[in-house]
Design a protein around this ligand. Structure first.
Ligand code: ADP
Length: 261
């Protein structure tokens, strides 16, 4: 059950942007300005200053998260596609993935050693997998496991009948699965929509899965979700296989979690 982002949804999303995200953003700025104001008025109590500064910092970081997601959603970001082996990228940021999900979640990599290369922007791929990992963590408040699996796959004409932009053929499948609460039918149908979230205000922006969707579409691939309430969720990313040979490593090593825009 995959929801396509059509033009009307995009326009609706832009409308909601001014209403929803700008509102959240304003709340965060209110906290930051308020705390700084309290510090300026009474700067001599070090403990109080520290507490107010820490709370302003948390609000500022949350704001940075929102803008980062908006940037990747707006797709105006410069893409730097490379021919890579997804296994290598996944191994490179395994530690980062583990940190993102916390100790209660076990991260497993199930990587096909004969995986073909794909052509994609490694930074976008990393953000997509991180977004999926964070969603998985949120779906497993009591802990569980997150499995990232890779394999060579084939999409036949029938499977992609509704997708005239896709060609049947050779793909690499990267699936990110959790043992969490799963999605009900209503959530599943809308999950890829920008700004659709079932999370509390301040906890979810509803942009995680739309970033994933946008990334996969840009890479010429296909994304779908399989989910069962009470059992877990699998997000499957089909990325077109590349005929080129993968570059062995990037000169600057694995990408940092956040790059300055
Ligand atoms: P956000 O995480 O900010 O809410 P997303 O676009 O990433 O935005 O996800 C949209 C919604 O899809 C979430 O609010 C949640 O209801 C559902 N969802 C996403 N991933 C999962 C998952 N792994 N397990 C259960 N529900 C999920």
């Amino acid at each position: 059950a995959e929801e396509r982002l059509n033009q009307a949804q995009k326009l609706e999303a832009i409308g909601q942007l001014t209403g929803g995200v700008a509102h959240d953003f304003n709340n965060l700025l209110t906290i930051i300005v308020g705390n700084l104001d309290m510090i300026v008025r009474k700067p001599d109590n070090a403990q109080r200053v520290e507490r107010l500064a820490a709370s302003a910092m948390t609000a500022a970081k949350r704001g940075a998260e929102v803008t980062e997601k908006l940037l990747s959603f707006s797709r105006r970001q410069v893409l730097r596609p490379e021919t890579v082996n997804p296994n290598r990228l996944l191994k490179d940021f395994r530690a980062l993935l583990q940190r993102a999900v916390g100790e209660a979640v076990e991260v497993r990599l199930d990587l096909d050693a004969s995986l073909d290369p794909v052509r994609l922007d490694p930074g976008q791929f990393e953000s997509a997998v991180l977004n999926l990992a964070v969603n998985a963590r949120d779906a497993m408040p009591g802990g569980g496991s997150l499995t990232v699996k890779t394999c060579n796959a084939h999409l036949d004409a029938q499977e992609i009948a509704e997708r005239p932009d896709l060609r049947p053929g050779a793909y690499v499948l990267v699936s990110v699965s959790d043992t969490g609460q799963g999605m009900d039918a209503g959530t599943l149908a809308r999950a890829f929509e920008p700004f659709f979230t079932t999370k509390d205000v301040g906890k979810g922006t509803g942009l995680g899965l739309s970033q994933v969707y946008g990334f996969v579409r840009q890479a010429g691939g296909h994304a779908q979700i399989k989910s069962e309430v009470g059992r877990g969720t699998s997000v499957e990313l089909y990325l077109p296989r590349s005929a080129e040979k993968a570059v062995e490593s990037r000169p600057d090593g694995p990408l940092p979690l956040r790059r300055a825009a």
